[in-house]
Design a protein around this ligand. Structure first.
Ligand code: GDR
Length: 326
């Protein structure tokens, strides 16, 4: 059965992979794009300029997450079967500098959508992209769907609010609403300020002789890193279940930033220790610790497992950056 989906954050890393995936399976996709003088559409430009796709099976609508009236109008007009809510202020470090904006988009933005859905006659199945940041400094590892939320960053607090609201609207108002509790997921389309893409770009620049140093904050931080195109597949599977539910989407393996550095530099025969310098500017006032997900439920119920391992992911991201340079 083909479906019509509405995606907030369609121009982001996950939004672009999800759109490609849905279109390749014959589905119709509507995306919400924030209006600005320079609309950033880079990751879906190839689809936007394809006459057989744009305005045929892919449609873009302009709205801000705060603009409830416009979001409601888009929902009424497009009548989606599925809605993927991926938009928000997604940089954890930045959330310490702009906590109000982060809460406005990530927390209130989600609640506003839930309120609109509650009133609709035809309610789409709804997926909210939640985050491992909700667990903060968890009591146990790996974390699963029943682990207590103990966020330690403004971003984590905002995501916790949104995640719990999704659960509340599911339980109290019967919405088909799910949380994809995603651990870090990366790709060559990752934003440039996230650590894996920053490292991959630096390795390519150093390899090409354009630069020699890379400045980073805390490199003993540990994360559970997967490959983004695989994560959007899990999101789609979640909305195709009989019942709405929350799922941990993770690899189940933990590595440090230092491990990623070694994999990335090794892939072009360089030693990271010759090039990396510490810069206190990138150290956060507070960090999550010991995050690693237990993806057993996703494996059993969605038939989903992460495939790409970190050494492979680091190498493919570096390779893509070298291609971009040349
Ligand atoms: P994260 O990803 O905060 O886990 O959130 P990020 O790549 O920003 O940081 C990972 C770790 O690297 C350390 N670090 C640096 N980080 C950045 N960005 N820049 C640096 O120079 C640097 N040096 C060291 C950080 O301190 C941190 O420990 C991501 C986002 O995608 C969220 O939206 C998502 O919810 C979570 O993953 C799961």
């Amino acid at each position: 059965m083909t479906t019509t989906s509405l995606i907030t954050g369609i121009t982001g890393q996950d939004g672009s992979y999800l759109t490609e995936r849905l279109l390749s399976q014959g589905h119709t996709v509507h995306g919400i794009v924030r209006r600005s003088s320079t609309t950033a559409r880079g990751r879906i430009d190839h689809l936007y300029h394809d006459k057989n796709i744009y305005n045929q099976r892919l449609f873009l609508h302009y709205a801000d997450l705060n603009d409830s009236t416009t979001i409601r109008r888009i929902l009424v007009k497009t009548q989606p079967d599925h809605m993927y809510h991926l938009a928000g202020q997604s940089h954890v470090g930045t959330s310490f500098e702009i906590p109000e904006t982060t809460s406005q988009f990530t927390a209130m933005g989600t609640l506003k959508i839930l309120e609109i859905l509650r009133d609709l006659e035809k309610q789409p199945r709804f997926l909210h992209i939640s985050s491992s940041e909700i667990f903060g400094r968890p009591e146990h590892s790996p974390q699963d769907e029943s682990t207590a939320m103990r966020p330690v960053t403004p971003y984590g607090v905002a995501k916790t609010f949104a995640t719990q609201m999704v659960q509340l609207y599911r339980e109290s108002f019967g919405l088909f609403a799910c949380n994809a509790i995603c651990y870090n997921h990366e790709s060559p389309r990752r934003g440039e300020s996230f650590v894996t893409r920053k490292i991959a770009r630096a390795v390519a620049a150093i390899h090409a002789g354009h630069s020699d140093k890379l400045r980073l904050g805390t490199i003993d931080s540990r994360r559970d890193w997967g490959y983004a195109p695989e994560y959007v597949d899990a999101m789609h599977r979640m909305l195709c279940q009989d019942q709405p539910d929350d799922f941990i989407i993770a690899t189940g393996r933990q590595h440090s930033v230092e491990d990623f550095l070694a994999f990335a530099f090794d892939s072009v025969g360089l030693n990271w220790k010759d090039h990396v310098e510490h810069d206190a500017k990138y150290v956060r006032p507070s960090e999550v610790s010991n995050l690693v997900g237990n993806p057993a439920k996703a494996e059993q119920q969605l038939g989903w497992t992460a495939q790409t391992q970190l050494p492979e992911l680091a190498a493919l991201m570096v390779k893509r950056e070298i291609e971009r340079i040349t």
